[in-house]
Design a protein around this ligand. Structure first.
Ligand SMILES: Cc1cc2nc3c(=O)[nH]c(=O)nc-3n(C[C@H](O)[C@H](O)[C@H](O)COP(=O)(O)OP(=O)(O)OC[C@H]3O[C@@H](n4cnc5c(N)ncnc54)[C@H](O)[C@@H]3O)c2cc1C
Length: 478
């Protein structure tokens, strides 16, 4: 076998287009694309159920794309270094290339793999396959990391980096003999018993579907409406690219280039495009923070929150998880998450605020639940999102800013479509009381066929009392 065989170690970069590691491997000669399933190497954060579902379908799609180029995807499971060493022995590969990851456990593992393979004389190279700006490319004037988004994003934009995506390789040279691969089903990524039926109705997975989703977001006018519509719960004003970006089915450079092409063609899109790209910027910021403050996956960035009087309460946590809090907008969002593996950003902020403020349950319990149930579960964005809402992270919303679930529902789901879809037992209530069924008159309840406490729960806490209790708790650490 050729000595110029390169193992392309696929991880969270499950695509062919705009893939620097794949391009360089293709330039070098024979390419052996490999994915290794090694959940025990993810530290405290092995993939959750929804992410595994996504990964299964994404690997399936990548296999199909590679086969379309006359190549294959070799699937293996076990210790990454061991598997790579075996493959090197079996194929005579002389190089291993991969796209960098930034999670603490992945960095530690990759460094170990790199130095062991290098000692054996293997050429090892890693590439940036998933960010516009790698964490260390951006620093404050004093030379440190940023903790506030606006100056971070300003510093990124000031670099005027060319974000043009690369084309996929024109062809891939295959090894004369392929090493053995396990079957995708052997990785057992799909749930048993299954709870994923609505996932199939919600998602098309894979790089082609990712590009379609991006194109539809732009061509259907959602990019133009993004500024206003991104916060709505009842209409899809967002792009739903997050799981696709997480698994690298599409790169932020591809997103950047398409958005830029759209506003170059239609200058009226400039403002909403800037807003949209700044959300991509929040993803970059999340990785910047994760890289410089790796403990923030489990610990608050603001140290004073280490002594916050949280209330660990499993029973309350379960009501929140199951969408049985008695607050319709919270329950709708939690049921949406369970059914589809997704929740719009506004809903994430509402339910996270409810958990950490109304219930004073530690944000880490919420982050864990999201980790298991979100298709886009991402250690950087999830840690940032939870710490931001709980008030203990970088550039965070202050703890004393407590979302009112009734007015949030009225404002962002004005006709109640979102609540009625996910909480059908109260669908018959008039809009005026839909977000606060406890204020419905006996007549209204009767007309809607609801007995509170039987068909739908009474609110598990009183909003105003819970708010006061949260503020009192915050005063203890202020
Ligand atoms: C408590 C909480 C937990 C979260 N957990 C995750 C998570 O595990 N994974 C995840 O990808 N996002 C997470 N987010 C961020 C955000 O909610 C999602 O990225 C967004 O809702 C995804 O939907 P979209 O692709 O339609 O977003 P769009 O509005 O279309 O935005 C485009 C892209 O920008 C990025 N983005 C948007 N908002 C944010 C943000 N606030 N932080 C970081 N990146 C952002 C995402 O990559 C997103 O795909 C979390 C937010 C909160 C408040």
């Amino acid at each position: 076998m050729s000595t110029s065989t390169t193992i392309l170690w696929y991880r969270q970069d499950l695509r062919l287009a705009d893939h620097p590691a794949l391009l360089r491997a293709a330039d070098r000669g024979t390419v052996l694309p490999v994915f290794i399933w090694a959940p025990e190497e993810e530290g405290d954060w092995p993939l959750g159920g929804a992410s595994k579902w996504w990964l299964h379908h994404s690997l399936d799609s990548l296999t199909e794309q590679l086969e379309g180029m006359g190549s294959r995807l070799i699937l293996r499971q076990g210790n990454s270094l061991k598997v790579l060493s075996e493959l090197i022995q079996q194929t005579g590969a002389s190089a291993v290339y991969w796209s960098r990851r930034y999670e603490p456990a992945a960095i530690e593992r990759d460094q170990r793999v790199k130095s062991a393979l290098k000692q054996d004389g293997i050429e090892v190279k890693s590439f940036n396959g998933s960010l516009l700006y790698e964490p260390w490319e951006i620093e404050t004037k004093a030379g440190g990391p940023y903790k506030v988004f606006t100056p971070f994003w300003k510093a990124c934009r000031a670099l005027h980096i060319d974000h043009d995506p690369r084309e996929p390789p024109e062809g891939l040279i295959s090894p004369r003999r392929w090493p053995k691969s396990v079957e995708l089903a052997d990785l057992k990524l799909l749930p048993e018993p299954d709870w994923d039926s609505q996932f199939y109705e919600t998602w098309d997975v894979g790089a082609r579907a990712a590009e379609d989703a991006l194109n539809a977001f732009i061509s259907e006018g959602r990019l133009g409406d993004y500024q206003e519509a991104r916060n709505r719960l009842d209409v899809q004003g967002w792009s739903q690219l997050s799981p696709r970006l997480h698994f690298g089915e599409i790169s932020p450079r591809q997103v950047w280039a398409s958005v830029k092409a759209a506003y170059n063609g239609a200058p009226s899109l400039r403002k909403s495009s800037d807003t949209y790209l700044s959300e991509i910027g929040w993803r970059e910021f999340a990785y910047h923070l994760l890289y410089y403050f790796p403990s923030t996956t489990n610990e608050p960035l603001r140290e004073k929150f280490a002594v916050f009087p949280w209330d660990e309460d499993n029973e309350k946590l379960q009501k929140w998880q199951r969408g049985q809090t008695g607050y319709p907008v919270v329950d709708a969002a939690m049921r949406d998450l369970w059914a589809t593996g997704f929740m719009p950003n506004r809903a994430r902020m509402i339910v996270a605020s409810f958990l950490t403020k109304h219930l004073r349950i530690p944000w880490q319990r919420g982050a864990e639940w999201f980790w298991d149930t979100l298709c886009d579960a991402d250690l950087a964005s999830n840690s940032l999102g939870w710490q931001w809402t709980a008030g203990c992270g970088a550039d965070a919303a202050p703890y004393f800013r407590i979302f009112n679930p009734m007015t949030q529902g009225e404002k962002f789901d004005p006709d109640g479509d979102y609540v009625r879809r996910w909480v059908p037992e109260i669908a018959g209530l008039p809009n005026k009381v839909l977000d606060k069924p406890w204020e419905a008159s006996e007549e209204q309840l009767e007309e809607a066929g609801i007995t509170l406490g039987k068909d739908y729960p009474h609110p598990m806490v009183d909003h105003f009392e819970a708010r006061d209790a949260a503020l009192a708790a915050y005063n203890q650490i202020k």
